[in-house]
Structures are given as C-alpha cells and as structure tokens.
Ligand binder design. Structure first.
Ligand code: ADP
Length: 357
C-alpha cells in the first residue's frame, strides 16, 4: 500500500520534480562513490571540497536533465496540449496551458481524456445528424414524388387524348388540382418546421386569452366540421378564460392542427371538445374527439415527421403527415409538454401546457 502511494506520487511528478529527482540520485551516487573510494584507501581532499563537488554534480545533473526533458519530451507534449487546449478544457488547464512545466501530468492526462471524450461525442453527433439528413431528404422526396407523379399522369392523359368526354376531362383536372393542393400543403408545413428549427422565426411571446384563440380556431374549422356534422365544443366546466404567455400565432397553428386532425379522423355526427385546466404554473389545454382513435402500436410514433397510423386514410384526407410534428416543434420551442391518450375505436385526446400569466 505504502509502496503504491509512493509510486503514484512518482507517476504524477512534473518536469522540475523529475530533474530534481535525477540530480538527487546523482548526488547520492557521488556520495556512495566517495565512500567506496575511501574504503578502498584512496585519499580524498577535505570535506568542504567534497560537499562542493557533490553540489556541483547535483546542479549540473539538475540543469542537464531539465533541459533534456524539456527539449525531447515536454516541448512535444506542450505542442499537443496547446492544440487540444484551444478547445476549452478545464479552467485549471486553461490558465496553465502555457505553463505546462508547473503542472502535474495528471492534469494533462485528464484534459487529454476529456478532449478525446468530447471529440467522440462530436463525431457521434455528426454521424447522427448525417443519418437524420439522409432520412429527411429521402422522406421529403418520397412525399413530394407521389402527388407530382399524379399531376403529371392526369395532365399527360389530357394532352394525349383530346377526345375524352368533357366530364372525364373535368374529373382529371380536379384530381390534378387536388394533388397540387397537397403538394402546396406539404411545402407549407415543411416551411413552418424549417422556420422553427432554424430559428428564422423566433418566438414572439405575449399574453393572450387562450379561450378566445380556441373560439377563433373553431370558427376557422367550422365549415370542414359541418361536412361531417361534427360539433366543435368547449368541455363543460373547463371553458374558463385564462391568460397565457406564448407565441399566439404558433399556438394557433398547433391548435388548428389538433382540431383539424380530430375532424379528419373523427366519426360522422361526432364531436371535438376542447378543455382548459388551471395548473400550478401552467394552463393545460386538451383537444378530445370520439373518432377512430390510434392503436397502441402507432401511438408512440405519431409525433414523428411523415408518420401516419393509417396511410390511406391520411392521404385521402389530404394529410401531409407533418401536422403533429409541427405541434411537437412548437411545444418544444415553448419548453412546454405535449401528450396523447388514445384508444382505437373510442377516440383520442391530445394535450399541451402553456405558461400561465
Ligand atoms: P396527417 O397529415 O397524416 O394527419 P399528422 O402528423 O397530423 O399527419 O398525424 C399523424 C398521424 O396520427 C395521422 O396520420 C393519423 O394516423 C394519426 N392521428 C393524428 N391525430 C389523430 C386523431 N385525432 N385521431 C386519430 N388519429 C390521429
């Protein structure tokens, strides 16, 4: 144990300490040499001369070893250390980076380890971003390809066959238009995500009445809801006026997406109910419906971009597959929570919190 402690001390010794150790060894060797000579009967000059000689040997050994360590070893370590220190290491190392001689090698070792760790993390992050970028590009091109291909096919048929009956021509044109509208929706949704992610559109926080905003969204979506005879309601007892602090425009987009989904995936003659609950530091807003619901298997993925629990239904309803992803981005931007509860055939509830004023 004691030996181990001493060895540890030697392991972390600095260059000056090392030079001192070497010179002490030289002094000890000279002393031993002197005793050997004396034992062999060789006469040695006075004690003063002896001390002077030992001191001279020690000084010489100290400066020589210090110079050699510096020249062959520490200059190179210092260079490497300076390179890695450019990337903000520990405070201690930052202060001492140009005075490597004064510091313990364990600090250098630790900082090098930190640097390697940081580099590995950066590399992992870059690989992850690269994978994300590849997947994102693949998804976007796939999503744009389908409506574009449809438009092309309808228009090509119309160009190739001028003898088509008028109703069929009108039908193809309206289908082409529907696909063009879908293309536009995807691009609009991608633009919103880009604006939030890139920070191009920074959050504009303001105090506003959340009930009023919900009423505005209801009014906007009223015509679409009427097509399926779906009622847009406030939940009884959870419709008070609450003031929240958030970006009103973004919250309007989030609410519109949620209410619109509840209509899209809602049953005929069904309902969409919105409720507001006051919590300690926030207001909880929930959008519920009695629609088709989402199965357990799909539920954990619905906030992923382009994820659709029911692909054909979503496309038929004109969904871009980005609505919930936008809601998630908006809530993350506000550092608020977003959750979903759903049961297939029963309905879904999407809820998010907002900072109360
Ligand atoms: P989409 O444009 O396809 O509606 P979203 O990102 O808005 O894309 O939603 C992702 C998927 O989650 C939808 O395709 C749908 O399957 C499911 N979903 C979202 N909201 C509801 C809801 N209220 N009821 C049932 N399923 C829903």
């Amino acid at each position: 144990m004691a030996i181990n402690l001493r060895l540890d001390f030697l392991k972390n010794i600095g260059p000056k300490g090392l030079a001192l150790l070497i010179s002490s060894c030289f002094a000890a060797i000279s002393l031993i040499f002197f005793f050997i000579l004396r034992a062999a009967g060789v006469s040695i000059t006075s004690a003063g001369t002896l001390i002077f000689l030992i001191l001279a040997v020690s000084f010489f050994a100290y400066f020589l070893s210090f110079y050699l360590i510096n020249y062959f070893l520490y200059r190179k370590i210092k260079l490497i250390y300076k390179i890695i220190s450019d990337r903000k290491l520990s405070e201690e190392a930052g202060k001492d980076q140009l005075q490597l001689f004064n510091q313990d090698l364990s600090v250098v070792e630790r900082d090098t380890f930190l640097w390697v760790k940081r580099k590995n993390q950066e590399l992992d992050q870059m690989k992850e971003m690269e994978r994300f970028r590849r997947e994102y590009l693949g998804d976007v091109s796939h999503e744009l390809k389908t409506p574009l291909f449809n438009i092309q096919a309808y228009l090509q048929t119309l160009v190739d066959d001028r003898s088509l009956p008028e109703e069929q021509q009108t039908e193809f044109l309206s289908k082409a238009l529907k696909n063009a509208t879908r293309l536009q929706e995807i691009i609009n949704d991608l633009t919103i995500i880009h604006k939030i992610e890139s920070g191009e559109r920074a959050l504009k926080l303001q105090s506003f009445n959340i009930r009023e905003l919900i009423a505005e969204v209801f009014e906007e979506q009223q015509d679409i809801a009427a097509m399926k005879n779906i009622k847009l309601l406030f939940k009884e007892g959870a419709d008070q006026d609450y003031s929240v602090n958030a970006d009103r425009e973004f919250i309007r987009i989030a609410l519109s997406n949620l209410v619109n989904n509840s209509i899209k995936y809602g049953k005929y003659n069904g309902f969409v109910k919105v409720s507001c609950y006051l919590m300690e530091e926030s207001v909880l807003v929930e959008v519920s419906d009695n629609g088709i619901g989402i199965s357990e298997e799909h539920l954990p993925h619905v906030f992923e971009r382009f994820y659709r629990a029911d692909k054909s239904r979503s496309r038929e309803q004109g969904g871009s597959g980005l609505g919930l992803s936008i809601v998630k981005h908006i809530m993350e931007g506000h550092q608020q929570t977003l959750h979903v509860r759903s049961k297939e055939g029963v309905g879904s509830t999407f809820g998010f919190t907002l900072q109360k004023v």
